[in-house]
Design a binder for this molecule. Structure first.
Ligand code: C5P
Length: 302
């Protein structure tokens, strides 16, 4: 028997440099505009082709190993769409990115598994179709197959890739507890009047490499809901700004707050200030290309 095929890869975290919520939709989701950026904080995944079963091994406490995990859902999605072409798979997942943190860790895992199984099972699903299937798994999943930086509209799944010329430092502070995304959206009070085109303004600063203006323009409409219920998260944001960050913001629906820095020394000093037992802290750069975490064989047809 030939040796079973294996693939090893990493999947990144994301932050939202801007998040504007426009309205609640009939289907319960919110119409939004966001500027996504991938960050070089990674989970590790290993896949091994098997006969027919989908098995997940993850020894991180609090992460389910069953059908509720997004990586299992990703494998099932492919099996349901292409029952004659899919085999089985053994998935080993090592979590480094905290969950319920607004960093898209689980969404990135699911996107990586879709792409890897497309290769491992020789499905030859075209990129556009795979991205469209990814949206069935969650609003943030398609982004992880699109480009390292992108504008998201709709519920976050309609994407426009953006060239990000600034490779800045991102200091992420996870306060030690998760926050439920449905809870945050459920408690959001939408303002009737909105500033126009916040995301375009933010994107212009980014593409023109105007770091100071970018930092000042970061914004997230979900912050008031989270800061009211979790004042400690606001304290972290204030402390990041006092530590020399060019800007600081809640990522997605939280609970992580990030600060952006263009100076490595200032970023390292800020990291030291937050390091201790209370928080999980991580300093990383923005991701600039898929080859930083996906092996060539996985992305060659992409
Ligand atoms: O798509 P995803 O599974 O990540 O969404 C999780 C929850 O977040 C949804 O059930 C919904 O409560 C909320 N959400 C929303 N509008 C979005 C994205 C997420 O209301 N655009």
């Amino acid at each position: 028997m030939p040796p079973s095929k294996r693939l090893q890869f990493k999947t990144p975290a994301k932050i939202n440099l801007g998040l504007q919520i426009n309205k609640k939709r009939e289907d319960g989701f919110h119409e939004l505009e966001t500027l996504f950026q991938m960050v070089a904080w990674f989970d590790d995944i290993e896949l091994e082709e098997t006969q027919e079963k989908v098995e997940l091994f993850c020894d991180t406490p609090g992460i389910p190993n069953d059908e509720t995990n997004l990586v299992v859902k990703a494998a099932r999605l492919l099996q349901n769409h292409f029952p004659d072409k899919c085999g089985g798979v053994k998935i080993k997942l090592k979590k480094n990115i905290p969950s319920g943190a607004g960093l898209g860790g689980g969404s990135g895992n699911a996107a990586g598994v879709l792409l890897a199984l497309n290769h491992l099972w020789n499905l030859k699903i075209p990129r556009e179709e795979l991205i469209s299937m990814a949206s069935e798994l969650g609003s943030d999943v398609p982004f992880f197959l699109m480009s390292p930086c992108a504008i998201g509209t709709g519920r976050g799944e309609i994407l426009q890739p953006i060239e990000n010329p600034i490779n800045f430092y991102i200091l992420m502070i996870y306060p030690g507890f998760p926050i439920s995304t449905p809870w945050v959206y459920g408690n959001l009070k939408l303002k009737l009047t909105k500033a126009e085109n916040n995301i375009s303004i933010l994107t212009n600063f980014l593409t023109r490499s105007e770091f100071a203006q970018l930092g000042a323009a970061l914004y997230n409409d979900l912050e008031p809901v989270v800061f009211k219920r979790y004042p400690e998260v606001l304290k972290i944001k204030d402390e990041l700004l006092n530590s020399g960050a060019g800007g600081a913001l809640l990522s997605g629906s939280g609970s992580t707050v990030f600060g952006i820095f263009d100076d490595a020394e200032i970023a390292k000093k800020a990291l030291a200030r937050f390091t201790g037992e209370k928080y999980r802290v991580f300093l990383a750069k923005s991701v600039t290309r898929f080859s930083e975490f996906f092996p060539e064989e996985m992305i060659s047809a992409f």
